[in-house]
Design a protein around this ligand. Sequence first.
Ligand SMILES: [Zn+2]
Length: 235
Amino acid sequence: MTRDGLLIDCNGVCVQRLTAAGLAFEDLSHVFLTHEHIDHIAALPNFIHQSWVKGCLYRADNRRTHPLHFYGNAPTIRAVRALLDAVKLPQHPHMFPFEFHELNDAGGTLTAGSITLTYFPVNHGPTPCFGLTTDGPNRRLVYSADTEPVQAIYDHLRDGDILIHDCNKIDVEINREHTTWAQIEALLPSLPDVTIYLVHLPMLDAEQDAKFQKYMKINYAESVIVGIDQEAVTL
Ligand SMILES: [Zn+2]
C-alpha cells in the first residue's frame, strides 16, 4: 500500500512522521513537489538516504529496485536534482533508480501509483507553484500549497470536501505570496460547506497560540481546523 502512495512535499522530520504513521516509507514510489522552496524539499536527502538504508543496505536479499518518481515544475526538478547530486545520493551502491517528471506550469492531471491528481498553478509570487486536488470515494481533497488566494482553488470545491489551505499570518490583513487568516475568514461565506485545515501557520508564542486556538474553537468549532502533525483524513 505504501509503495503505491504519494508523498506531497518533504520537509521537517518526514521519515519520523511516516514511521509514526505506520508506513513503510522505504518502499514509497512517488513524491510530488509543489514548488522549489527549501521548506518543501529540504528533507528529501534524508528521506532518500533512510529509504536506501532500510530498503537496500539492510535488505540485501530483497533489495528495493523499483524507482522513486519525482513530479514537479522545471525549477523544482532542477533544484531536487542538484540537491541529491550535492550529497552524492545517486552514487550510493545499489541505490534504487530516480525518475524525474517535469510538469507543465499550466497544470494537468497525472496518475501516481494509486492516486490521480489534478495540479494547477497558484500565485506564490515569482515562484511557480502548484495547488492540487484528488478525489476519494466520498469527497475531494483540495490543497492550496503556498499561495495568495486564487479562485482556481475554490472552483474545485463542492459541499463536503476537504480544503487544506496556506495560512501564513494571523495578525495582518495581507501577506504577499501567502494567505492570511483574515483573507480566509473573508472567503468563508462564499465557499461551499467544506472542512478547512489551516497549514503553513506562523510560529506563535504560547500566548498568541492560545488566543488563536480559543477564537477558532468559539467561532468555527469543527469547520476550520488548525492543522496539527499526524492528522488523518479519510476521503
Ligand atoms: Zn514557498
